[in-house]
Design a protein. Structure first.
Length: 246
């Protein structure tokens, strides 16, 4: 398989460049920012813990959104606690909120009014900021992925994101297909974010091709489609298109 430089650039433009490690420091944030604009282009966003938002905001290119995580990674905080987290993230300057819902309630009960109410409350606070809802699809059955996707669309989520990247199974094409099918059936322009375990040019293209087939060519842009990754950009930057090695 040969590599297309334009496709490489397109993938980079869809990346939420992510660093969510307990060992993160200002030095690691500087490294993240150095990679956010590179010879292939500019990433869509940088995603960091809330404590680094102010530092990132003082240095990041204004074309790059600042994303952060809430109720992360287990999704077990109370509604009141999540509301406080969202308010704090917005006050610090976050442009996008990646919220983990209490997905274990779906595993236990098959439904979760708490998750629906949490997303509604968070979206009300976010206003024009993007709310990306993490459902942790690797822990769910296909039936639950479908149910949760419908619930999150109806609760006014701006994006549905597969995973935190902190569980054994991250994004899969099977889960992505279910989520994207529900988005395609809805009357809302909901985005999709594939996160966790996507590490190659070929894998990234598979997700893009799947989204294009279900949601159309117009869907493949940073307003509707993202990759939440840490290692993928490094792989892309090290590729040499002329060799055909991928």
């Amino acid at each position: 398989m040969s590599i297309d430089h334009n496709q490489l650039a397109d993938i980079v433009s869809l990346i939420d460049l992510t660093s969510l490690n307990k060992s993160d420091t200002q030095a690691s944030m500087d490294q993240l920012l150095q990679k956010s604009i590179n010879h292939l282009g500019t990433v869509a966003a940088v995603c960091v813990y809330p404590e680094f938002i102010s530092y990132i905001k003082s240095k990041v290119n204004p074309d790059i959104a600042i994303a952060t995580v809430v109720n992360f990674p287990e999704g077990k905080a109370s509604l009141d606690s999540v509301v406080m987290e969202v308010k704090n993230a917005i006050k610090l300057g976050a442009d996008e909120i990646d919220l983990v819902i209490p997905y274990t309630e779906y595993l236990e009960n098959g439904s979760s009014l708490d998750a629906i109410n949490m997303v509604k409350a968070a979206k009300e606070l976010c206003h024009d900021r993007r709310l990306k809802v993490i459902i942790e699809s690797g822990e769910l059955s296909p039936e639950l992925i479908q149910i949760i996707s419908r619930d999150m669309i109806n609760a006014q989520a701006d994006f549905i994101k597969t995973s935190t990247g902190k569980t054994a199974i991250g994004a899969t094409l099977e889960a992505a297909k279910i989520i994207l099918q529900e988005i395609a059936l809805s009357d809302r322009a909901v985005g999709f974010k594939a996160s966790g375990g996507i590490r190659s040019y070929t894998e990234a293209l598979e997700y893009i091709q799947l989204a294009r087939s279900l949601c159309g060519d117009h869907y493949i842009n940073k307003q509707h489609f993202r990759f939440g990754v840490s290692g993928l950009l490094d792989k892309l930057l090290n590729l040499e298109p002329s060799t055909g090695i991928y």
